[in-house]
Design a protein around this ligand. Structure first.
Ligand code: ADP
Length: 391
């Protein structure tokens, strides 16, 4: 059952369209993440749900009620933000009970809810401490506790873990997952951290330039990206792309010795400009893996080798190309859709060096094709090659 609905929500700031015709149907108890590059409209979308921002057009429904014109206090939501604004002069208990006291709940009900939240968050021993006597993680737990005690229809969280150090973030991620299983409250979670979104969410809404690109379970976005943007955004290191054309029933790339037969079922026509995408784990070094499920051997040159400990990430470029390609292992550059470069991951023991020429093959079942003009996906995974299958 739909519990939270965004129906054609648009938010304009003079000439900026921060959110562009957003449609989301979120089910009761579902945990969804809004994810996308900085400035894509995640926070603004969340603010229209919270009531902090009024949409220029569109409707928002919570539990079947149109709340588009209601102020935040009348929406039965609770928010957790990146900046943990606990009242510094109040104890943890007073911080937790503040919202309930404002709403004139009975003392017995307040005590019951605080005890429950403290149990769930394991902060029972800290209720009489002041916020400055807590660690960053403990403060964040209290902030979440403040939302829990309100027993809302919907939790809204805007990068709640962003200010914590990396290790604590991973720990709190697990805690939030546990919490979600326990409380089963509909949650909208904003993050720019795709690992966070992938691990915690039932579905992720991937946004670019205010527009929804795909709204699906994390693995579906990974395995069947709707378009080039999603394909390049989800996964790290990210999928790489090669520009080419359909020619004589094959994909051919002008700068690469690459000829991949495309089954007629794909529906591509000769002359179509298409983009081939493949993830690093679906590129093989050993040429003997060129079976029916792999492409013919492609010869490329090693550009950069990055040891990651458990694997090597190898950047490949067309043989003889004199440009060095950019690497993208830092988190900030997740939307790189540079073409004519492939990434390959290999065992850390493999002896491979910059400048070397290598024979590689791609796993046909993991090849994605996109329409070059629209960026939309044409197919995810090619069937085995016909001539090999008949052998
Ligand atoms: P995100 O949360 O994905 O980083 P935001 O929702 O904060 O993105 O912003 C989306 C776009 O709307 C950006 O271009 C941002 O500059 C613009 N924007 C957000 N809030 C305002 C505002 N109050 N006034 C004008 N422009 C805004």
């Amino acid at each position: 059952m739909t519990h939270l609905k965004l129906d054609g929500v648009t938010k304009r700031y003079s000439d900026v369209v921060a959110v562009d015709d957003m449609n989301l149907d979120i089910k009761d108890g579902e945990f969804i993440s809004l994810i996308g590059p900085s400035g894509c409209g995640k926070s603004t979308t969340l603010e229209t749900v919270s009531g902090l921002t009024k949409p220029t057009s569109g409707l928002i429904e919570i539990a079947g009620t149109d709340v588009t014109n209601k102020p935040p206090k009348d929406r039965d939501i609770a928010m957790v933000f990146q900046n943990i604004a606990l009242f510094p002069h109040m104890t943890v208990r007073e911080n937790l009970t503040f919202g309930l006291r404002l709403k004139n709940y009975k003392h017995s009900e307040i005590d019951k809810r605080v005890d429950q939240a403290a149990d769930i968050l394991q902060i029972n021993g800290m209720l009489d401490r002041m916020p400055d006597e807590l660690s960053g993680g403990q403060r964040q737990r209290v902030a979440i506790g403040r939302a829990i005690v309100m027993d809302p229809e919907v939790f809204l969280m805007d990068e709640p873990l962003a200010n914590l150090d990396a290790k604590l973030r991973v720990h709190m991620r697990t805690e939030l997952q546990r919490l979600q299983q326990e409380l089963d409250v509909t949650t909208v979670y904003v993050t720019h951290d795709q690992a966070e979104a992938m691990t915690m969410s039932d579905r992720i809404a991937i946004i670019n330039d205010g527009q929804l690109q795909q709204f699906a379970p994390p693995l579906e976005c990974y395995n069947e990206p709707a378009n080039l943007f999603v394909a390049g955004f989800v996964g790290s290191p990210s999928m790489r792309f090669i520009n080419g054309q359909i020619n004589g029933g094959s994909f051919v790339a002008p700068d690469l010795d690459m000829d991949i037969d495309i089954p007629p079922s794909v529906g591509a026509n000769d002359g179509d400009d298409v983009v081939l995408g493949v993830r690093p784990e679906d590129v093989y070094l050993d040429s003997h893996r060129t079976t029916a499920t792999a492409t013919d051997v492609i010869t490329m040159e090693v550009d950069v080798v990055q040891p990651m400990g458990d694997e090597l990430v190898v950047y490949l470029r067309p043989e003889g190309a004199d440009v060095a390609f950019e690497t993208d292992l830092d988190e900030g550059d997740q939307t790189d859709t540079q073409t004519d470069q492939l990434l390959m991951t290999v065992e850390p023991t493999v002896d491979i060096e910059t400048g070397e020429t290598v024979d590689i093959a791609l796993d046909r079942a993991q090849i994605h094709l996109f329409d070059n003009a629209t960026g939309d996906a044409l197919v995810h995974g090619l069937e085995p090659r016909v001539e090999q299958v008949s052998n």
